[in-house]
Ligand binder design. Structure first.
Ligand SMILES: C[S@@+](CC[C@H](N)C(=O)[O-])C[C@H]1O[C@@H](n2cnc3c(N)ncnc32)[C@H](O)[C@@H]1O
Length: 437
């Protein structure tokens, strides 16, 4: 068998975790390396680091390199943020965006930061295990630690494994699950569990027993305040067997951040980094004032509620079912100052362009797909004095910024908020102003 071995001096970080260099005139890239390193690559994998970077450190997790979750644990934390800022600049430049303000990094403790994890559940050699997907595959990887998760989340995961080994009811429930989602308050005082089941019939049959399962978990993890179970969404889609599932205790949790209590129902989106939510909110609200602001892709109203301090009225648009219900509660709580609209952002924008509405501020925080070309063109026609674009995907962000700058906006501030340390993911906050302002 021919084994391809190459010795390469690596030069630059690519989005996704790969580091690229040139060997024999061709570009070659590899994971778990760093710019400046001389490495040996065998069949596309890092085989040896011949000259390590001074930024290389020992990874903290025993699963690093096998687990699909983290890509940067081998890099010192300051290096991780430099790599991300560099990648952002390269992605912007690829869209012709070169005359930009400096990127301001925002960081916090890079460990134990996740308030939510979604783990796979599988029975391996007769034992219930939790884990993630193995890197670049769909194979189940059982795990014994997850140092980026809040300690309570991993303690709860360990309790579930233990209960499955000791207790027949717990074993039945967990053996029927494909995934478990654990979500906690920022101070780890409260925990929510969501179980996703592989088998609708078992789930229906067992519905009565769910309370018993939750009570056993509560005895082991006193922070548990609520739990729910439903059919795995993927399975439910494929088999078209929709089912409501069962619930125990509170239907969500009050998440205290930036001086506000946010009600987050089980299953609704909430920012995942418990140490940086306040900083993110501060960057978006930043003392901004006016008569009307829009919060597009509003979730449970994280930014809307902060904007309520400075604006007379906030229109918050959310497309997801669960978050939209929470947002409707925010409308009641703020006596209508925050107006909740349950609609896709594009439908909302199309209608507003016709009505020629012009808010002073538009905040938008889309999922990875970004705002998209039509949305950006509509924003161009609206000519809002200020846009704050919060993005979790720098590729779609760069694509959208190209359209927005082409439509008359200019980039005023660029922030890289490192919501996802140890991974290649990054959050960006871009402040844009309409060019005639
Ligand atoms: C990244 S989250 C941001 C939520 C919120 N801004 C926050 O910080 O908590 C994106 C939100 O957009 C919603 N969403 C996704 N696609 C949408 C669409 N086409 N129109 C409106 N909302 C959408 C999701 O349900 C989710 O709540």
């Amino acid at each position: 068998m021919n084994v391809a071995v190459e010795t390469v001096r690596l030069e630059k970080a690519l989005y996704g975790g790969l580091i690229e260099g040139t060997a024999d005139g061709k570009q070659i890239s590899v994971s778990y390396a760093l710019p400046g390193e001389l490495v040996e690559i065998r069949d596309g994998e890092l085989a040896a680091v011949l000259e390590p970077s001074p930024a290389r450190i020992a990874p903290a997790c025993v699963h690093f390199g096998q687990c699909g979750g983290c890509q940067y644990q081998h890099a010192s934390y300051p290096t991780q943020t430099e790599l991300k800022a560099g990648i952002l600049r390269v992605l912007f430049a690829a869209e012709g965006l070169t005359e930009l303000p400096p990127i301001q990094p925002h960081t916090a403790d890079p460990w134990g930061y996740r308030n939510r994890v979604r783990m796979r559940v599988a029975v391996v050699a007769g034992k219930v295990q939790v884990g993630y997907s193995r890197r670049a595959s769909n194979e189940f990887l059982p795990i014994a630690m997850c140092p980026i998760a809040a300690p309570l989340l991993w303690r709860a995961a360990e309790a579930l494994i233990r209960l499955a080994a000791e207790d027949a009811t717990c074993r039945r429930w967990l053996a029927a699950a494909t995934e478990v989602e654990l979500f906690c308050a920022p101070d780890e005082s409260r925990l929510q569990i969501g179980l996703f089941l592989r088998d609708a019939d078992t789930a229906r049959f067992e519905k009565e027993g769910f309370t018993g399962f939750c009570e056993r978990v509560k005895a082991a993890v006193p922070e548990l305040t609520g739990a729910g179970m439903k059919l795995d969404p993927e399975l439910s889609r494929r088999t078209r067997k929709g089912w409501d599932g069962a619930n125990w205790g509170a239907a969500g949790l009050n998440y205290d951040a930036a001086g506000t209590k946010y009600w987050v129902s089980r299953g609704a989106f909430f920012q995942v980094n418990r140490f940086l939510v306040e900083e993110l909110v501060a960057l978006v609200a930043a003392g901004r004032k006016g008569a009307l602001a829009w919060d597009l892709f509003a979730g449970v109203g994280l930014f809307s509620q902060a904007l309520a301090a400075g604006f007379d009225r906030i229109v918050a648009v959310e497309g997801g079912e669960v978050a939209a219900l929470d947002l409707a509660q925010v409308e009641r709580k703020t006596s209508g100052k925050v107006q909740a609209v349950h609609a896709p952002t594009l439908d909302f924008l199309r209608a507003q362009v016709l009505q020629r509405t012009r808010p002073e501020l538009i905040v938008m925080d889309p999922p990875r797909a970004g705002v998209g070309a039509e949305g950006c063109h509509l924003l161009g026609r609206l000519r809002a004095p200020e846009l704050v674009y919060v993005s979790c995907d720098p590729v779609t962000l760069a694509r959208d910024l190209k359209v927005l700058t082409g439509a008359g906006y200019r980039v005023d501030q660029l922030h890289m908020v490192d919501l996802f340390p140890q991974t290649f993911h990054m959050e960006s906050v871009v402040v844009l102003r309409f060019a005639d302002q």
